[in-house]
Design a protein around this ligand. Structure first.
Ligand code: ATP
Ligand code: MG
Length: 288
């Protein structure tokens, strides 16, 4: 195991997010490579700190082939560091950013992996809460894993008000913008992860963020409007019937009618390439 942060040598910056920086690091004693996420407490509010510590607690308990492994957490004065499994091929965001439209079989395998990761999390009563391309990472074998529990939370109670953060709302479900969400008979957040997966899956085939038109200025109001009230789903003409049906089940606006993880894991779209291998990003796609 990694005993001390000083055992890790920084090699490069892998990426930057809202809360911090991710480095490629080498464990000096074993020469093993890890990714180190450093969350800085710039504003050092108790809320941010509490949220980060919650992230750490969750991560320590998570052990699934579909979730990026976290090996150690270091809670320091000004920052919180996570030593994670290094995912050599970076994120789905990087793949899509270079303008790639993925073949349906690849998207199918990706959805299979994400659904299995979500099934694992949901069984542990964990809502991920931030499924989006930059949080789906790919390793050198082509495995896809869910990363980053920055805004995830353990479902302790329906009324726990923890939506204060803005984050990236593009992948958030309609019910998360509903001011009455915390009143009465409301959702528990699990359906929101399915919605986010639906947006990601559609984006992979469309080639750009799918809920607003290309070139449209993605201001906050337009985005929320498209998510909550947008009627038309831009479905690519070449999309197969299974693809369409899968996306429609994920992007059902009413969370109570939306497909659940347990339902969608058996969906024909997800199981079409089921031949023992679910490594969506084989060299075929990555080396092109
Ligand atoms: P946000 O802060 O809104 O969640 P983000 O997901 O891009 O955005 P980070 O989680 O800090 O922010 O990650 C930044 C980038 O670092 C990712 O986009 C990814 O390319 C890279 N990265 C993160 N974790 C790893 C990892 N375990 N292995 C390899 N690269 C990683
Ligand atoms: Mg992230």
């Amino acid at each position: 195991g990694i005993e001390n942060l000083s055992d890790l040598e920084k090699l490069a910056v892998l990426g930057r997010g809202n809360g911090g920086t991710v480095y490629k690091v080498r464990h000096k004693l074993t020469s093993c490579i890890f990714a180190l996420k450093v969350l800085r407490f710039y504003h050092n509010t108790t809320n941010i700190r509490r949220q980060a510590l919650r992230e750490a607690e969750i991560l320590k308990r998570v052990d699934s082939p579909y979730i990026v492994r976290c090996y150690a957490v270091f809670d320091r004065e000004d920052d919180l560091c996570f030593a994670m499994e290094h995912m050599e091929r970076g994120s789905l965001h990087d793949v899509l950013f270079v303008g790639k439209i993925l073949p349906e079989d690849v998207i199918s395998g990706l959805a299979w992996c994400v659904l299995h990761g979500l099934q694992y999390l949901h069984k542990m009563q964990i809502v991920h809460g931030d499924i989006k391309p930059s949080n789906l990472l790919i390793n050198c074998k082509g495995d896809v894993k869910i990363a980053d529990f920055g805004v995830s939370r353990i479902v302790v109670g329906k009324h726990e008000a923890c939506d204060a953060y803005m984050g990236t709302c593009a992948y958030m479900s309609p019910e998360r913008f509903d001011p009455e969400r915390w009143d009465g008979d409301n959702d528990d957040g699990f359906a929101g992860d399915v919605w986010s997966l639906g947006v990601v899956v559609l984006e992979c085939l469309v080639g750009h963020y799918p809920l607003i038109g290309v070139g449209e200025k993605p201001d906050w109001a337009a985005l929320v409007c498209a998510i909550c009230f947008g009627e038309r789903l831009e479905m690519p003409e070449n999309a197969s019937p299974e693809f369409r049906s899968f996306v429609i089940r994920c992007l059902e606006k009413d969370w109570s009618k939306r497909g659940t993880v347990d339902e969608l894991i058996d969906h024909p779209f997800v199981n079409r390439t089921c031949c023992g291998s679910h490594q969506p990003f084989l060299d075929l796609v990555l080396h092109r």
